[in-house]
Design a protein around this ligand. Structure first.
Ligand SMILES: [Zn+2]
Length: 336
């Protein structure tokens, strides 16, 4: 399916998906690579209806096939072009948007329609990934406190929620730096940049909680870089190649040895504060999942576009094998 066109820019998008018919054709090509085939076995050129671009009728048994069946667009009256545009808007690493912004962007007259659309597309983002990261790539692991007010209770962590994060350390190959016309858009330190990410809301920073987060999120025998916090001490015995660095609490050292996960945390906080104006602890995991979804697909908007519309297929697993060719203009992708 990689040969199906996908827009690389906004003008590109408008050219490839100018109307409902173009979107329908796209869905048709995904479903029937060899041309239309009805469940009854008949294949050939089906009946088409200009007023109903999402429907193809078999010329033998007269059964209608709906192009949106099995996708998030199924059983809705919203035009295909609106769904496509909405999914495209959501796939960018731009901070995400409110239903009001979404309504305006999509030119929808009803707020409720925008809200429902956004809600359905988002549902595809908040399902957590189950596979573990790392393997041949080392992983940075750390925890951070989110939200909460200290209200004069002094320096500390009152009323806050703890989030654990693990992120792969990727290394750009030197030859790929050479002649890269986008290199200015990818600031990086020694070619290091973030690969896949996992985030989890955790009840405390104890040894049991943190080592469990690591074993749930990171493949066995991966090299795991953490700070000197004693709760991570058991990782070596669990079969990880544990690399504890530096004294805890020293910002300069943490910045040097755990730059990627710290960058992720600061982006996550900015995003939650800026877009969602803070989050109730009970919804924090869902927001972490959405952030992770965007982050892990930032080089491949095509994949997230398809995931959101419910069209995701075999492509998903390729994402990170092809990562090196990705371009990212967002600060969260680099080590600054
Ligand atoms: Zn048929």
């Amino acid at each position: 399916m990689t040969d199906l066109p996908f827009p690389k820019s906004l003008p590109d998008f408008q050219r490839i998906f100018p109307n409902d018919a173009a979107c329908a054709k796209y869905l048709e090509n995904i479903r029937w690579r060899e041309g239309f085939r009805c469940a009854c076995g008949w294949s050939g050129e089906p009946y088409r209806f200009s007023s109903r671009p999402g429907v193809l009728r078999c010329r033998a048994c007269k059964t209608d096939a709906r192009l949106t069946a099995g996708t998030v667009m199924q059983d809705t009256h919203t035009p295909l072009s609106v769904w496509f545009w909405g999914a495209y808007l959501l796939t960018s690493m731009t901070p995400g948007m409110s239903a009001v912004q979404f309504q305006r962007q999509l030119g929808l007259t009803r707020y409720e329609t925008a809200f429902q659309l956004l809600h359905k597309l988002r549902a595809g983002m908040v399902r957590p990934n189950r596979d573990r990261i790392g393997g041949k790539f080392p992983v940075e692991v750390d925890e951070t406190w989110m939200g909460g007010q200290t209200r004069g209770e002094g320096k500390g962590t009152h009323h806050k929620t703890c989030v654990a994060g693990a992120v792969e350390i990727r290394q750009r190959k030197p030859k790929e730096d050479a002649g890269d016309k986008h290199s200015k858009a990818i600031p990086r330190r020694g070619g290091r940049y973030a690969g896949r990410l996992r985030l989890s809301v955790i009840p405390n920073r104890g040894a049991k909680t943190l080592t469990r987060f690591v074993s749930d999120s990171v493949e066995d025998r991966t090299m795991v870089v953490t700070d000197g916090w004693g709760a991570y001490d058991g990782l070596g015995e669990m079969g990880f190649e544990h690399l504890p660095v530096a004294e805890r609490g020293e910002a300069r050292i943490a910045e040097e040895y755990l730059p990627l996960i710290h960058l992720v945390f600061s982006n996550l906080k900015a995003w939650i504060l800026g877009v969602h104006h803070g989050v109730d602890p009970q919804h924090l995991q869902a927001y972490c999942n959405e952030f992770t979804f965007r982050f892990n697909r930032r080089f491949y908007p095509f994949n997230s576009f398809r995931s959101l519309l419910g069209l995701a297929g075999s492509l998903e697993s390729h994402t990170y094998e092809e990562l090196y060719s990705g371009e990212c203009k967002h600060s969260c992708a680099s080590t600054g």
